[in-house]
Design a protein. Sequence first.
Length: 44
Amino acid sequence: MTIEQHIEELRAELRNAPTTEERQQIETELKAAIAELTEKELPD
């Protein structure tokens, strides 16, 4: 799975998260994945 696919999966999970606790956990994972993608795309 690519990082882009992982981000899309997390976004889908976030839309369907039943509890605030679960939403917060997914948001944390999503922010980390976006940061990883941003780092990966930056020129060396």
